[in-house]
Write a protein that binds this ligand. Structure first.
Ligand code: CAA
Length: 258
């Protein structure tokens, strides 16, 4: 399938989706996000793929939802079409691990889709922000909620109300990103992490992701109960037998995703 607004490549068991609208700093229009959703649907059903990297260019991961596409909406049209639900939210519904590799601007919807990924690896040049207030709106794809959960109320309020950007160091200190690397090392680092994940048992990685995400909507007690039941269920897999046998036999495990 040929895409116009993204570039989809593979490296072993890892797929790399590169947002590719350089003239608009990868602003998220419906064509591009439709392609992201289509690519993710294909990758989800592709057993050979164990992890996905979502990235942009050196200058911009994505500078937000496409303001030019969005600006003529009125309440009823944006309510009825709900343009972000079907496509942008495909990232949050994606069941395999997905890493955001962010360089340059990750603003508005760009920051929001990075936060939909399972973790963010940032280049030193990354800049995060929710500047929607400057446009007379507010974040609309989960920014107020995910940012608050990631960095706490004070910083989420600061960013959403002032519209300022934060650099990679501040984002790492605040817990938004898992690691910062030099720009030149960004893709190698992301690929290394993704390859490690893809070499694990696919169902175990998926269930681990599901369990961590489920915890956001549960009490600690419910989350621990959910975790325990799923932990127990993993003893029904061949991969649990293989992983533990490999440890005892002092060899590398060969997971079969079963
Ligand atoms: N939508 C549409 N086009 C955008 C865009 C966006 N979000 N961001 C940048 N562009 C376009 C610019 O219009 C410009 O196009 P032209 O050359 O045709 O004029 C091109 O990309 C380059 O942008 P700049 O000239 O502005 O580049 P810069 O280096 O001077 O500034 C920037 C970079 C600070 C990121 C600036 O482009 C900017 O502030 N962009 C908007 C950021 C923003 O407000 N994002 C939130 C969008 S709303 C949203 O996301 C809502 C939501 O939650 C659902």
């Amino acid at each position: 399938m040929a895409y116009q607004n993204i570039d989809l490549t593979r490296d072993g068991h890892v797929a790399i989706i590169r947002l590719d609208r350089p003239k608009a700093l990868n602003a998220l229009n419906s064509a591009m996000m439709g392609e992201v959703a289509q690519a993710l649907a294909a990758l989800e059903s592709d057993d050979a793929i164990g992890c996905v990297i979502l990235t942009g260019s050196d200058k911009a991961f994505a500078a937000g939802a496409d303001i030019k596409e969005m600006s003529d909406n009125d309440y009823l049209s944006i309510y009825k079409n709900d343009p972000f639900e079907a496509n942008h939210c495909a990232i949050e519904r994606f069941r395999k691990p997905i890493i955001a590799a962010v360089a340059g601007y990750a603003l508005g919807g760009g920051c929001e889709i990075a936060m939909m990924c399972d973790f963010i690896i940032a280049a030193e040049t990354a800049k995060f922000g929710q500047p929607e207030i400057n446009l007379g709106v507010m974040p609309g794809i989960g920014g107020t909620q995910r940012l608050m959960r990631a960095v706490g109320k004070a910083k989420a309020m600061d960013l959403c109300l002032t519209g300022r950007m934060m650099d990679a160091e501040e984002a790492e200190r605040a817990g938004l990103v898992s690691r910062i690397v030099k720009l030149d090392d960004l893709m190698e680092t992301a690929l290394d992490a993704a390859s490690k994940i893809a070499a694990q048992s696919q169902p175990v990685a998926m269930i681990t992701k599901e369990t961590i995400n489920a915890g956001f909507n549960m009490t600690l007690e419910q989350g621990i109960h959910f975790e325990r039941r799923l932990f127990q269920s993993l003893f029904s897999t061949q991969d649990q037998k293989e992983g533990m046998a490999a440890f005892i036999e002092k060899r590398k495990p060969h997971f079969k995703n079963k």
